[in-house]
Design a binder for this molecule. Structure first.
Ligand code: HEM
Length: 451
């Protein structure tokens, strides 16, 4: 299409002089996106001060950016705020180096390799429930699930008999991410240069985490013992194309990347799944029925998981309504056109996963919890770019199968043994930072299930 016949991207109404949409966006980014997504079913733009952001509210537009013309869209800036911790790991890297690392890491996330991690993941879940769910006290769902997913991840990445690295990783990761996220979401960039308590705490935590991972790698290089974890798998893999292996620095970056990319995302997804199950008792009862008919509470393996297709549909549906990575961005390297709209060079484009997952043209019951959206025939009929919890295209989440396996194992153990009771019925307000969380804690109590 000639550039003069391209459409101009419509701008969201009610921009204020000078600040644009700053205040309505900041008040609630999800409400802001959702309100405009209802009116603009393809592309729209909004302004913060003088900068425009283009929102791609249509699977065809997403397909273009993540696949057809992926070369024109960089994500480097989106994750630059994590580089201080992740170095040049898979999430923060691009181009040839990313391609080589991805090729090398990919086989370690295949079915067979994941199956070999199941036993230690299952033990981590069992230990957690034994230690945390033996009380009548009221617990915070987010805190408990963050603890659980981090413990599973620590045992999968850096296995040790007694989960020795867990406490060190936990508090430092929390301080590091708090500092980095605050830098990322500060609208007044000059403020991020100033010294602060959070900054010094965060920087010290990053230094300690790096040292811990570097030391573990050094020890592993010297040791001949087998460890059966992701670090060992990454250490032993060669890039088939150039015969290279990851050096110690690259290994440390990938280990840190897996911790950051795989921890809060999985906890967020589990949190919303449990929330939805407890507020949709018909779905929960159907899930329980499937579980009680097909699972006997013994060690979980792939065969046992395959016998629970409804549970898998529940997980997929929960990630549709509450995608942990609720939106992500790219930047146009050169000018382009998407669905007949002109995209200027350097434009920031945003993929509003939360809104596309509720796009009325693609989902039978956009706002309802309806696991049948994921019946095989419904999936086959739907545009695959209408469902993006793990993104699509070449940067699609490498940990997707790991995460789904982990979530299913947690739900199997949890719902087989326990009843969950929420302490309040109040609908949570969404708090969208890097992952989608509730603004206030969701409290619950736990009871042994009577079978
Ligand atoms: C429910 C849990 C998870 C969700 C929703 C999720 C979501 C995502 C999304 C949307 C992306 C693409 C980001 C972008 O391109 O801008 C991504 C990338 C990534 N994820 Fe996940 N993720 C999850 C779990 C995990 C786990 C468990 C791991 C590792 C153990 C992991 C490792 C990664 C890595 C390394 C990348 C970068 C991939 C690349 O660009 O090559 N994720 N994830």
């Amino acid at each position: 299409m000639a550039s003069d016949s391209l459409h101009k991207i419509p701008t969201a109404p009610a921009a204020k002089p000078l600040v644009g949409h700053l205040f309505s966006f900041r008040r609630s980014p999800i409400d802001f996106f959702s309100a405009h997504a209802r009116n603009f079913k393809e592309l729209f733009q909004f302004k913060i001060f003088s900068k425009s952001y283009i929102v791609l509210n249509h699977p065809d537009a997403v397909h273009h950016v993540l696949t057809s013309n992926v070369k024109n869209y960089t994500r480097q800036k989106s994750y630059a705020f994590l580089q201080e911790l992740l170095g040049m790991g898979l999430l923060t890297n691009e181009g040839d180096e990313w391609r080589s690392r991805r090729r090398l890491a990919q086989p370690n996330f295949g079915r067979e390799k994941l199956a070999s991690l199941m036993q230690q993941m299952d033990v981590a879940i069992e230990n957690f429930t034994k230690n945390h769910f033996n009380t009548n006290s009221t617990l915070s769902l987010e805190d408990e699930l963050n603890h659980l997913t981090l413990s599973i991840l620590t045992q999968s990445i850096l296995y040790s008999e007694n989960n020795a690295n867990f406490e060190k990783v936990k508090s430092d990761l929390q301080d590091a991410l708090e500092y980095l996220t605050a830098q990322r979401f500060n609208v007044f960039k000059f403020m991020t240069k100033l010294p602060s308590k959070r900054k010094s705490k965060g920087k010290a935590a990053i230094a300690r985490l790096k040292l811990l991972v570097e030391n573990i790698i050094l020890e592993r290089r010297k040791s001949t013992a087998a460890h059966n974890d992701l670090l060992e798998m990454l250490m032993n893999t060669k890039d088939e194309e150039n015969n290279e292996m990851l050096d110690d620095k690259a290994l440390a970056d990938e280990v840190m990347t897996m911790f950051v990319a795989g921890h809060e995302t999985t906890a967020s997804s589990l949190l919303w799944t449990i929330y939805l199950l407890e507020h949709n008792t018909a779905v929960r009862d159907k899930l329980l029925q499937e579980l009680q008919m097909n699972y006997d509470g013994t060690a979980i393996d792939m065969t046992k998981m395959m016998q629970l297709p409804y549970m898998r549909m529940v997980i997929m549906e929960s990630m549709r309504l509450y995608p942990p990575v609720w939106s992500f961005g790219r930047k146009a390297i050169d000018e382009d056109q998407i669905m007949g709209y002109a995209i200027p060079k350097g434009a920031s484009v945003n993929i509003p996963v939360y809104c596309i997952h509720r796009h009325p043209d693609y989902w039978k019951h956009p706002d309802a919890f309806y696991p049948e959206h994921f019946l095989p025939e419904a999936v086959k009929e739907r545009d695959k770019f209408a469902y993006l919890p793990f993104s699509q295209g070449m940067h699609r989440c490498i940990g997707e199968h790991f995460a789904i396996m982990e979530m299913q194992m947690v739900l199997m153990r949890l719902y087989f043994q326990y009843e969950i009771h929420f302490a309040t019925d109040k609908a949570p307000v969404l708090h969208p930072l890097v992952t989608l969380k509730p603004k206030e804690p969701i409290y619950f109590t736990i009871q042994k299930r009577k079978l």
